[in-house]
Design a protein around this ligand. Sequence first.
Ligand code: 26Y
Length: 822
Amino acid sequence: PVIFEDDRTSVTTEGLKRAFYDHLFYTQGKFPEIAGLGDYYQALAHAVRDRTLQRWISSVADHTATAPKTVAYLSAEFLMGPHMGNNLINLGIYDTVKKAVQEIGLDLNELLRQEEEPGLGNGGLGRLAACFIDSLATAEIPAFGYGIRYEYGIFYQTIMDGWQVENTDKWLRHGNPWEIQRAEWAVEVKLGGHTEQYQDDLGRLHVRWAPEKTVAGVPFDSPIVGYKVTTTNTLRLWRAEATEAFDFSQFNRGDYLGAVDKKVTSENLTKALYPNDETVQGKELRLEQQYFFVSCSLQDMLRIHKARGMEPDTFDQKFAIQLNDTHPAIAVAELMRLLIDDNMMPWDQAWGITTRTFSYTNHTLLPEALERWPLDLFKRILPRHLEIIYEINARFLNDVRIKFLGDDSRLARLSLIDESGERYVRMAHLACVGSHTINGVAELHSELLKQDVLKDFYEMWPEKFTNVTNGVTPRRWMVLSNPRLTKLVSETIGEGWITDLPQLSKLEPHAEDSAFRDSWRAIKRANKVDLAALILRRTGVAVSPDSMFDVLVKRIHEYKRQHLAVLHIITLYHRLKSGRSAYTLPRTFIFGGKAAPGYTMAKLMIKLINAVGDVVNNDRDVHDLLKVVFLPNFNVTYGQCVYPGADLSEQISLAGKEASGTGNMKFAMNGALTIGTMDGANIEIRDQVKAENFFLFGHTASEVHDIKASGYRPRDIYEVNAELRAVVDLIQTGFFSRGDTDVFKPIVDNLLDHDPYLLLADYQSYIDCQDVVSDTYREADTWARMSILNSARSGKFSSDRSIAEYAKNIWKVEAVPITLKP
Ligand code: 26Y
């Protein structure tokens, strides 16, 4: 109920139109004759933001007054995607706003396209954080998302001559109407320097940290509106600025420009997101970023806790802090420091609070993604934290000694300090020791954690380990991105599925209704027309919506095996060229994804995709049966167009490597069928949709283990498989590189001599499976049935289910319904 209706709250068409013009005039300082699309977007964004505020303030006021247990989701990445469309959906005003905008003579879709998406994440992990805060608000759970307000998010990718080129992402160029700066809640963060002991008046010893420098952390808040509930939580992102004190002292010494210089240095801290995922670099600035946002966030929580009239000794009863991978793991040492050094709490009490507060989610099994910091670097930046970590370690190793008497190698394996060569601080170990619960993100992943990466910790504390399978929010990934399907589904089974996704199972009987299948197919066709238009606009390649849209979008990585899909394309091409394939199913292969700028092999994979596309797309013998496109700069915005328009979802990572995957879920919900390995959440998707509605291929994780153990020789497979040999030879002999045999040599040599991700071992199984896919697609009716069942059985993969599990089993938090206050 809107208690007090005015230009800031009204959700009638007339009220919205007034609000729009009001902001165009008073916020943008423009009038229609000189306003551009950007101005109209800003005007509408401000009008929508106004409509979040009454809920936001009601939520904060209620939480302040009643001090409910609150979740703090600590993540170095929040890959939010555009705010406007999502807010319109969650506020329940999408259709009214569309109408209001229409009456003004504008097109809502065109306005939505004006928003620069906040791409403050690399991929899965960052997007998961975004889905989770949507589900937290929708579940009415009091929660903060805490992270970094990068000035430059993930780089903007263009393709030149087939190669990836990186450009800066200036997402703040036109300002950000979705944030409110809270200068009054700025905090100070120390860096570097040394520690010293001192005695208090009672003669007790304490430690003081004398830093080399300090930076200020300024919070920027964005409202996170729950779907059709009043609860509106806060995403609080920190920006680094120079501290007043610092400027002033320099200025007084007459070194004005020196002071300005320092200011610039401080602000570099939150300048840019590191674009690597799954491979650590050990950069000093990255450690500073991590510590910076963690310290800001913990100081903020303690301030809130005290403002609610409570003492630090009850902190764990009021905050549950989730560590999104090890990027914020320094929080374990920082909370200890804040409790011990700043709040004078005894060690044991502080440790009890700390370990009751934190829980840790692991997102990867890849050894190269495990964060460790060289000891000297760590000590230089965080001298006090190193002392605290030594003390945590000493006590921890003592417990290990008692549990496993005489097992010295175990001590070395478990230690928070890696001393096998150059010495490192192991962040995953800090996270494990400091957390009460440790979870993986899909069943298989959680099992492999226990058997492999975190085996020793599992043997130490089996009770800490659990699984929470990932999920994605149906609000963004169905309601907002696939309005056609949403309409059909809601007309068929009502709207309950939007917040209770398992209700999609009510669609199952309709798979047998031919009229329903026709509508289903027509929707997919319309979505494909939209996607084809996007592809034409961005690549210049015209693709036919009558072909099968075969889609592989995700970060580019060897373990994700985009090059396996390329081997399939070349196989089909080679069959066509050699006249051995009279009847090829028309297919459009759609790739998208970014390569880390320093990951040479991944960049070469992009070049290979484009090189193959250039040849295949322009070869008349192919008769347009095969098209290969690389959609540049794949991001949340494009995802919203890609997932609904896909027929086939490629989830082809080597089994045991993809922790979960979340794109796989977005595809399935939107009615794409999956071709995939027994990896991550693919296994659970297949369980849900049933084996007959899933195209499975490849070795299992345990087979992979055995193949590697018994000495894998990829070249042997190449020697005996003629079709594979022909395909590899086409690359090797420069067919896709105008005779240049050097350019793709690193890929070919790697496949033939090492092939760490077993492409050759899985090749034939993949090709055979793809042939089944083609045969099935020809049976349009069969395919439609399967598509409906995939969507109908995807209910498990809502992030609402994931969040309900975290809330009940890990955080011990409950819904706090909010009533709107005038
Ligand atoms: C330490 C640094 C180099 C780093 C930065 C980002 C390391 C990892 C990452 C990101 C990892 C990531 O996105 N992992 C993905 O998390 C998803 C959500 O749980 C999973 O679905 C997906 O399988 C996993 O690769």
